[in-house]
Each structure stands twice: as structure tokens, then as C-alpha cells.
Design a protein around this ligand. Sequence first.
Ligand code: NAD
Length: 266
Amino acid sequence: MKFSITSKGDHKSESIKAIMCQYLEDFDLEYDEIEPDLAISVGGDGTFLQAFQTYSERLDKTAFIGVHTGHLGFYADWVPEEIEQLVIEIAKNPYQIVEYPLLSMMIHSEDGTSEHYLALNETSIKKVEGSVVLDVTIKGEHFERFRGDGLCISTPSGSTAYNKALGGAIIHPSLPSLQITEMSSINNRVYRTIGSSLMLPKHHVCKFLPVEDNQSFLITIDHITKSVMNIKAIECKVAKEKIRFARYRPFPFWKRVRDSFISEER
Ligand code: NAD
């Protein structure tokens, strides 16, 4: 089996990366950063998102696992004290695959070109200056004209991240869906938005169309931020691709939610 390790880059993560590399190579596993069967992230959720974006073109061939060197992670569940056990599991035992849904996002530009992205957490549409003004369509029908700070379109596993901070619902990753959550919408007698988060099932495509010309938007895709001009439409749907996690033991979603946001005590 070929593996890669993406490290957060701090001293602790780098030394764990070095130890894991050495142990795994001692078991005759091959380090391959280009075409790994298993992508290991060492750091936090941000490092895991980085590993996901690195291998997002080969999700059918690469499975993911995370070691967290800081506080409890949503994607990284192994702790540094467990790396010997993890190395033995990787070297000796087959893993279970757990799949989570992803978000597919297309940016269609005025010049006719399009760019495609996959997000593990979310995409958000914001601006540096002024309000975001977008027509929102769902399944080709106009739904509302949004005016406010921006919109967050999240995956179920991303629902506990930026979406949660915006007041969105927490969605179990067994539900292939996306969630649209508002950021400070303007609501008065002139402007009106739904206000609630919207859950869209698989195959329901939503589009966001700029109302004003020559607008520059800040688009985030997980931990990446892009400044984009001359957008014709941003199209979002549940992706046909899924992320595959390598699991050697259970990592129940609701336990993670409780341990992260309520308490680690019983
Ligand atoms: P960062 O270093 O600012 O980390 C943001 C925090 O989000 C970290 O504590 C991380 O553990 C947590 N996080 C990431 N994914 C999560 C998930 N699926 N569930 C629960 N918590 C999660 O930024 P980063 O490390 O580059 O990560 C980028 C992510 O940060 C984005 O995908 C977005 O979801 C999140 N974010 C959150 C807020 C907010 O909560 N107000 C604002 C901007 C971005």
C-alpha cells in the first residue's frame, strides 16, 4: 500500500510525520505523495481539509485518515499517543470504508469558462466591500433575491463548521444533502429572504446569480479563499463523488458533536 502524510508544518506534527513515515516504511509500505492509497493528515481539521483538496481528483483511489496534534478534531480522530497502534493497524489490517457526501460547485464566468470545485466542508460567497446581492434559484425556479453579508453552502460533515456558527442545523453525513445558510441578510419592507437555512436533497441544483455588474466576490472552498470577478452564476449540488474515510474503529458522528460542543464527560 502507498501512503502520503500531509503535516500542519509545526514542530509536533512534523516529528509525528517523520516517526510515522519511518514505522510505515519499516513495514514495507511505500511513501508516495502523488498517488497514495491512503492519505494521512497530521495536524487539525484544517490539515485534513488541505489533504482532501490535494487528492480531490482521485477520491475513488485515495482513502483518508487523520491524526490530530491539537484539540479534538472533526475529521482527525487519532491522537499522537496512539500512532504506534495506528501504524500497526495500517500495516496489518484492512480498513473499513465510511463515505461522506461532498459539495460540487461550479463557477460560471461571463466569458463562457467554468471552474469546478469539490468541498468537504462548504463554499461561501462573500464580498470585501458592500452587500452581496444574488438571485437564488432552486431547480431552475427563482426562489429569492438575497441581500446581506453572504451565503454559506455546506455539506453534512461541514454543517458543524462555519454553517453551525451561522446558526445552521447539524446534519448527519448519512444524508446526501446540502444546506444553504444566510449570513446577516437584510430583511425589511423592501428586501426579503427566507431567513431559515434550506436543506436541499441530492439532484436539487441551486444557483446564485449576481444582480449587479462588475462585482468582485470572495468565494471560499473549505480553507481556500478566491477573489473572483465577472461571475455569471455559481452552481451548487451534492457531488457524485464522495470522500472515503479509512476506519479501523468506530468514530460516531453524534459522539463527535457531543464531545466537541457539549462535553467529553459522560
Ligand atoms: P481555522 O484555522 O480558522 O479553523 C476553523 C475551526 O473550524 C477549527 O477549530 C477547526 O477545527 C474547525 N472545523 C473545521 N472543519 C470542521 C468541521 N467539519 N466541524 C467542526 N469544526 C470544524 O480554519 P481552517 O483550519 O483553515 O479551516 C477552514 C474551515 O474553517 C472552513 O471550512 C470553515 O468551515 C471554518 N470556518 C469557521 C468559521 C466560524 O466558525 N465562524 C469562520 C470561517 C471559517
